[in-house]
Ligand binder design. Structure first.
Ligand SMILES: Nc1ccn([C@@H]2O[C@H](COP(=O)(O)OP(=O)(O)OP(=O)(O)O)[C@@H](O)[C@H]2O)c(=O)n1
Ligand SMILES: C[C@](O)(CO)[C@H](O)COP(=O)(O)O
Length: 233
């Protein structure tokens, strides 16, 4: 059977401390559907393997409440998360590697709590990774930026020229992102995203326009905004 050329890792192994809710934010209902179901539904039509990284101990819960009732159980394979996002991604990469996924294939790495991704953005990320090896969505910073000291006093105004806020899905050639995670592990490099680990090897990462709707549900205020955006998805 022909090997897939694209695979997806959705990381949802976090505990959502900043959301400060009684259930983990990835399982919360947003406009009638669990956040994680909304996110998985973005990728399901691609018909490619999806690896969903979840907290240790949530396997049965996820099977029963997220995957099976929404007909995602055939396509999605569950993987245990790690202590930090970076470790969760590494577990997902290892699981994908164990399937014999092509080293030249493209892997999309996405936050489980970013449910509002447009198909056109996905396509651009994949295309960019086939061309450059690494491609991530980003939007230009629009606010004025200040550096602040520990007393809360403004130290300086930072130029926002060429500054971008980055999002997920981040798309990589599989061999490049595996090498980046192994390099980071050996050198003790920590990154809040996967592109920074590729950058740390001196390899180029390119960007494609992201979207202001592609929010990460991080704090309680994001839920209200999410409910509004969900009316368009
Ligand atoms: N050990 C971890 C930590 C985070 N994530 C995932 O990485 C994404 C982005 O992380 P963030 O929004 O910071 O989620 P949490 O770590 O859950 O939130 P917080 O930092 O507020 O605890 C989320 O989908 C989260 O589930 C993960 O898979 N494994
Ligand atoms: C990967 C990410 O969503 C890109 O913006 C972000 O870096 C995750 O950061 P967090 O500290 O885990 O919220």
């Amino acid at each position: 059977m022909a090997q897939p050329r694209v695979a997806v890792i959705v990381v949802a192994g976090g505990s959502g401390q900043r959301m400060n809710a009684s259930i983990r934010k990835q399982y919360m209902s947003l406009a009638g559907l669990p956040v994680l179901v909304r996110t998985l539904n973005v990728f399901a039509p691609m018909n490619v393997p999806i690896f969903l990284v979840i907290p240790q101990g949530d396997m049965a819960f996820c099977e029963e409440t997220i995957l099976a009732p929404h007909l995602l159980d055939k396509q999605v394979q569950l993987v245990h998360g790690g202590k930090e996002r970076q470790a969760s991604v590494k577990n997902g990469l290892d699981a994908l590697h164990s399937t014999g996924f092509s080293r030249n294939g493209i892997v999309l790495i996405h936050d489980g709590v970013r449910p509002f991704v447009e198909k056109s953005m996905l396509d651009r990320c994949i295309e960019g990774a086939f061309t450059h090896g690494a491609c991530i969505p980003a939007v230009a910073v629009v606010d004025t930026l200040k550096r602040v000291d520990h007393q809360g006093k403004i130290v300086s105004t930072v130029s926002r020229d060429n500054l971008y806020q980055v999002q997920t899905p981040q798309a990589f050639r599989f061999d490049l992102v595996i090498k980046a995670h192994e390099h980071a592990l050996v050198r003790g490099i920590k990154g809040t995203d996967d592109a920074s680990l590729v950058e740390a090897m001196g390899e180029a990462v390119y960007f494609t326009p992201g979207s202001v709707d592609n929010i990460k549900l991080t704090t309680p205020g994001d839920l209200e905004r999410g409910e509004f955006i969900a009316t368009r998805f």
